[in-house]
Design a protein around this ligand. Sequence first.
Ligand SMILES: Cc1cc2nc3c(=O)[nH]c(=O)nc-3n(C[C@H](O)[C@H](O)[C@H](O)COP(=O)(O)OP(=O)(O)OC[C@H]3O[C@@H](n4cnc5c(N)ncnc54)[C@H](O)[C@@H]3O)c2cc1C
Length: 412
Amino acid sequence: MTETRLPPIPVLIPPYHTPEREAIQAEARRFAMEEVLPLANELDPQKAEIPRSFLKRIAEQGYFGIRLPREVGGMGLGAFEYCMISEELARAWMSVASIIARAQGGGTQHATGDRRRELLERSARGEWIGAAGLSEPSAGSDLANVQTRAVLDGDEWVITGQKRWTGNAKAADWLSLLVRVADPQPGQSRSAGLATVIVEKQRDAFPGGVEARMIDKIGYHGFLTWNLTFDGMRVPADAMVGWAARQAGGEGGRPERSTFADVEAGLNVARVHTAARAVGLARGAVEDCILYAQERVQFQHPIADFQAIRFKIAEMAARVEQARSFYRQVAHLIDLGIPCEKEAAMVKLMATEMAVEVTGDGIQIHGGNGYTTEHQVERHWRDARLTTIFEGTSQIQQRIISDRLLPRSPLS
Ligand SMILES: Cc1cc2nc3c(=O)[nH]c(=O)nc-3n(C[C@H](O)[C@H](O)[C@H](O)COP(=O)(O)OP(=O)(O)OC[C@H]3O[C@@H](n4cnc5c(N)ncnc54)[C@H](O)[C@@H]3O)c2cc1C
């Protein structure tokens, strides 16, 4: 039998290649395969989250501040490198590619001046990692239906309601909550009156006035996910994003900026990041299959000799390349500041659906072994399965795309 081997690693090509990017990619790949992968293989079967000590290792790599300026300790890079590194991390463990998204300067929008700078520096150091509480029991795809209330009482907001699916809530240093401060007035959109509150908290604890229950999931185990109930939790008035600017303008009362528009803009980057994570997972399946097919012998041949297996792997690999090219293009558009909401939705849709199918094919190529926890391909599939659901389901991406392609008739 010939020597079992993997194909050469995918490289950066023009117009995206720079020596700096090549070095960043190589280091992310080394870190992922040498340090993240063994951890995933050990912890995922135990449904154990990313250890706190490993957060320090991720911080040393600089990955919590990829998109933060160098002046605050970040890497000063763009969406392109953010996605490129995330593909490498997801190849090993999607949870690690996800936790870095919970820093990158998030949870600092409410702060100003020196306090903002301090939080940005902490974010870059991995000491200001958060959780996003958007979804609720009755507000998933339909975020405009958020019911959690924030009511101003003196110089504090009192928060009451429920959040569902808040990933990393306990381990977080802050929670970003989408809340309702007012009901929409007649003629306003349903999202009017929504605002974002940043709740500063102790790591590994929940603030007073919060009851938490962990959700038992089928994958994505490095990232614990929580149901949160807020029963009169109090936060300072300036925890509301946009509050300080409003106060400086002397108007008081309600947040000024369009919170829903901010959330939507953030989702664009999140969608490309999810596409990159999906590509990482699918690539993992392809690479594992290439090795397995050369080792597994049936009918006195490595199964890699059978055309059905060869052609399937060829197709899987081609689909991964296609999705990677697309996410790189969309990340590049983001870095150029070119509006690309439709394209972000397209790449999220295509890459995540691809990943579900490719990782599923990976299980088939592993035969019975694919249906065990003894091989990594089942983890790739379980994690890929989530990517078509979170950050907006595939159907919501189809809705975003079609709404930008087709006008609706007055009848709809
Ligand atoms: C493991 C996990 C982690 C998550 N982490 C977070 C997190 O950290 N923070 C957070 O805020 N949220 C998080 N979420 C929530 C996630 O974003 C939602 O699950 C997702 O947006 C879908 O909402 P839903 O589950 O309520 O489904 P629903 O909105 O109830 O949708 C059910 C089905 O109906 C379809 N559908 C809904 N509306 C339409 C429509 N208009 N047209 C066509 N089809 C439609 C959907 O595509 C889906 O197939 C997480 C979810 C999971 C599973």
